[in-house]
Write a protein that binds this ligand. Structure first.
Ligand code: NAP
Length: 209
């Protein structure tokens, strides 16, 4: 049975998933970016997956991060997310599955230790998704980000479900998750809302209007 297509991102309370610029600033990413993702850093799963060492917090945030990883049989991401990750991910990239990068660039697959191979797809979002579905088997496909790529999949009616970790931080400007969404087409059905001390996890099923 084919899996679902979903995304799972951290979003600021005012609706942003990334700062507009400054991610590649030599002084490090903007402070709001760290605050947006703050709920992930202390987790046991996050530390294990990035080989940051033993220990870490357990609990509901950790379970959610692990469940998200375990349901994912393949990921799709935009080229800007990939470009930033190429600099930042360790040699053993944290996906451990095939990843399909939607891009205008032609590039050979890039195999990393630990089972992650990045495939570069210059034939559009539907081809990237078809290839990801095939690679994922009966597990789900995660549209990993960023905002531009998620919106393209949402507007094309190709997302079944999504989860947002709503973080207690304000960006004021940046890359808005739902900027340009085809609001006349996308209807949402609440599936779950789970607050933890750090963030609120909101899950919606996506329906056509
Ligand atoms: N908050 C979170 O949880 C979260 C999660 C993931 C990512 N992020 C952040 O999101 C940011 C990146 O998001 P973004 O919206 O700027 O960019 P993005 O979606 O990662 O990438 C956009 C780029 O992907 C390529 N692309 C997208 N659709 C395409 C298509 N149909 N055909 C060909 N190429 C296509 C284009 O690059 P080319 O033309 O160069 O090929 C485009 O400029 C990063 O800062 C990242 O850290 C946040």
């Amino acid at each position: 049975m084919a899996g679902k297509v979903f995304f799972s991102v951290s979003m600021s309370l005012d609706g942003f998933v990334a700062p507009e610029q400054g991610m590649d600033d030599p002084k490090g990413p903007p402070v709001q970016w760290m605050e947006l993702q703050q709920w992930l850093f202390p987790l046991r799963f996050f530390r294990e997956n990035l080989k940051l060492g033993e220990g870490g917090e357990e609990g509901r945030d950790n379970d959610i991060a692990r469940e998200t990883f375990e349901r994912t049989g393949a990921s799709v991401m935009g080229k800007r997310m990939f470009d930033l990750g190429e600099e930042a991910w360790p040699e053993e990239a944290p996906f451990h599955t095939p990843v399909f990068v939607v891009t205008h660039e032609k590039r050979d697959p890039w195999e990393r230790l630990g089972g992650t191979t990045f495939h570069f797809v210059d034939e559009g979002i539907e081809t990237a998704l078809d290839r990801a579905r095939e690679a994922a088997g009966d597990r789900d496909v995660r549209i990993a980000g960023g905002g531009t790529t998620i919106q393209e999949y949402l507007n094309a009616g190709l997302v079944d479900e999504f989860t947002i970790a709503l973080s207690p931080v304000l960006f004021g400007s940046g890359i808005r998750l739902f900027e340009g969404v085809d609001a006349g087409r996308v209807a949402l059905e609440p599936v779950g809302a789970e607050p933890t001390p750090r963030v609120t996890h909101l899950t919606y099923a996506v329906r056509e209007r």
